[in-house]
Write a protein that binds this ligand. Structure first.
Ligand code: COA
Length: 249
């Protein structure tokens, strides 16, 4: 039994400034998606009722989860976007700026404190996001999911990877399995969900890898190869994700 308490950030607003101080396993290069750099903080601040935090018996943060909302049933949208995570964040930002009423919640991340990995907290945290979205009145929760085992097979096509199942019918991938157990259904692949570009020096700094030859570079934690263009002094990572839909009704 996990001795933790989950709350929304609307219930614990004093924790908002602290959630990212928690040690986690995100790779440095993932901090350099420019859409995330520009929009993530301001957007999630606005959706405190959808953000969740878990605290232990000492009230220390052990996990957090982020969600937001946008209008999907609007002109030019309706289909789930190929640019997954980035597009969802841009829609939420645009809707906030223009005062468009959201109709769909969308989870952006779950992070577990490094000391608390492997203890079932991810189920608890995504369940808390589902509960928060339902309480806020949403009937659907989307998620551009980053399968947690995909980095081990960066050359495998994401569609093939995501549809691999075990003998019990559940996804082979652990994080897709968590979603499925909680009621999520795989809808489609978001082939260009997040994009990170940088000079070769920037990539060296982010990864410790010697980016010097044109071609694929295998970066630990990346779900697909990073493309290095040495003559242009640039490398590009395009992360595929998996759109999952949770019906909350
Ligand atoms: C992905 C993540 C949220 C999983 O959290 P977690 O609390 O450690 O996972 P849990 O203990 O709840 O386990 C979930 C499932 O993964 C499996 N699992 C856990 N650690 C694993 C590992 N190292 N290797 C393989 N499977 C693993 C568990 O067996 C479980 O499967 P089950 O439901 O069939 O029993 C966590 O690793 C994390 O914070 N990663 C970095 C951020 C990230 O990528 N977030 C997800 C995208 S937003």
């Amino acid at each position: 039994m996990l001795n933790i308490t989950t709350s929304t950030l609307a219930e614990r607003p004093e924790l908002i400034g602290q959630v990212w101080d928690m040690p986690d396993t995100w790779d440095e290069f993932m901090d350099h998606d420019p859409i995330a750099e520009a929009l993530f903080g301001p957007v999630v601040q606005q959706f405190r009722q959808l953000g969740v935090v878990a605290t232990d018996a000492d009230d220390s943060i052990v996990a957090h989860g982020t969600a937001m909302a946008f209008c999907l049933d609007c002109d030019g949208r309706r289909a789930l976007p190929d640019k997954g995570w980035d597009q969802a964040l841009m829609w939420a930002h645009r809707d906030l700026a223009l005062g468009v009423e959201p109709d769909t919640a969308c989870a952006l991340e779950v992070s577990i404190h490094t000391d608390w990995l492997g203890r079932g907290l991810s189920h608890v945290m995504f369940g808390a996001i589902r509960d928060a979205a339902r309480t806020a009145g949403f009937g659907t929760l989307l998620a551009p999911v980053r399968p947690s085992g995909k980095h081990l097979e960066p050359d495998v096509d994401m569609d093939e990877y995501a549809r691999r199942t075990r003998s019990d019918g559940l996804p082979v991938d652990p994080w897709l399995r968590v979603h499925t157990r909680l009621g999520g259904v795989i809808e489609q692949i978001a082939p260009a969900s997040q994009t990170v570009t940088g000079s070769l020096d920037q990539w060296r700094e982010w990864t410790g890898i010697d980016f010097s030859e044109t071609g694929p570079v295998y970066v630990p934690g990346a779900l697909a190869p990073v493309h290095c263009l040495a003559s242009q002094n640039v490398a590009v990572y395009v992360e595929p994700n998996v759109w999952m839909r949770h019906d909350l009704t």
